[in-house]
Write a protein that binds this ligand. Structure first.
Ligand code: PMP
Length: 303
């Protein structure tokens, strides 16, 4: 990977190579970081960061769950996101704000100062170059998501991604594009780093936040775009076999955007190619950036 030139860390833009931390930082040992993934898109009216404020608010929500104090305001971190894109001369970009317990003592409950950084780089489709058109082949992982009374899935915290790594790496090892995890209940949860939508009879069905998943901002955007367009959306618990029986299936997330799934566990989903409603949701979503879909919710925050 070619690294960008600059990064924002603890209040200032600095050269990428200087954004270091100590090997005894709390987060490195105990997973005590919270982070975000945000995309900046080229739009008809210049570059815009998609739901920037909602993402930064979620960063603060994740930090609240773990008592990680963030010594900045939402507005300051919004400004940091814009600054780091500009400092790197980027337009289209993926942003990665992170806050973590740094160096400051030993032990789980140590009061460590919080380090905050924001990186930005240009990133294409997360799951492969042509997946938005072609779709991917997914599998159900042998690893389950954590139970809701163990680790809160609603926090986008570094430690949660040990689960995601097991699911994603197993899938890749077995030759699949991405893994899907079941919750501890045995019902469907989500992808390693993406939420799930199943289509039945022209309606969208997505798993509920009680199914050990991250309440994705893309998921929320899809629900709202669909309802705006008069498409029925149902949030419900779903069993594994519905992955094989649905008419269409797709994953979504900031990184994955809207990625169609053409098979699960080697079984063809629907017609084995991106379906009509999946295409429609892609059109509505990407239409926000081309101007075809009006931004009625104020989601495009100018760079
Ligand atoms: N689930 C998990 C586990 C994720 O890591 C992500 C990506 N942040 C998502 C769902 C999708 O969330 P969002 O749409 O907010 O990016």
């Amino acid at each position: 990977m070619r690294y960008p030139e600059h990064i924002w860390q603890n209040g200032a833009i600095k050269p990428w190579a200087e954004a270091t931390t100590h090997v005894m930082a709390h987060a490195l040992h105990y997973g005590s970081s919270v982070f975000e993934g945000i995309r900046c898109y080229e739009t008809r009216d210049g570059h815009a960061i998609f739901r920037l404020t909602d993402h930064i608010k979620r960063l603060f929500a994740s930090a609240k769950i773990y008592d990680i104090g963030i010594p900045y305001t939402v507005e300051q971190l919004n400004a940091a996101c814009r600054e780091v894109i500009r400092a790197n001369g980027l337009g289209r970009a993926y942003l990665r704000p992170i806050a973590f317990r740094g160096l400051g003592g030993f032990g789980l409950s140590a009061d460590c100062p919080t380090d905050v950084a924001v990186a930005a780089w240009d990133m294409g489709p997360y799951l492969g170059p042509d997946v938005l058109e072609a779709g991917i082949d997914a599998c159900v992982s042998s690893w389950q998501r954590f139970a809701p009374n163990t680790i809160p899935a609603g926090a986008k915290a570094g430690g949660n991604y040990l689960s995601g790594q097991l699911v994603a790496r197993e899938a890749r090892r077995l030759g699949f594009g991405e893994g899907i995890a079941l919750a501890s209940t045995g019902l469907l949860s989500e992808g390693a780093g993406e939420n799930l939508f199943l289509v039945f009879d022209g309606a969208l069905h997505t798993t509920p936040v009680s199914a050990a998943l991250l309440n994705g901002i893309t998921r929320n955007s899809i629900i709202r775009l669909a309802r705006d367009a008069g498409i029925e959306v149902v949030e419900r618990d779903l069993p594994r076999e519905y992955l094989y029986l649905c008419d269409e299936l797709f994953m979504c997330g900031t990184a994955a955007e809207i990625t169609p799934i053409r098979s699960v566990d080697g079984k063809q989903v629907g017609e084995g190619k991106p379906g009509a409603l999946t295409r429609r949701m892609q059109d509505l979503f990407f239409g926000l950036f081309s101007g075809k879909t009006p931004d009625t919710h104020g989601w495009l925050e100018p760079l």
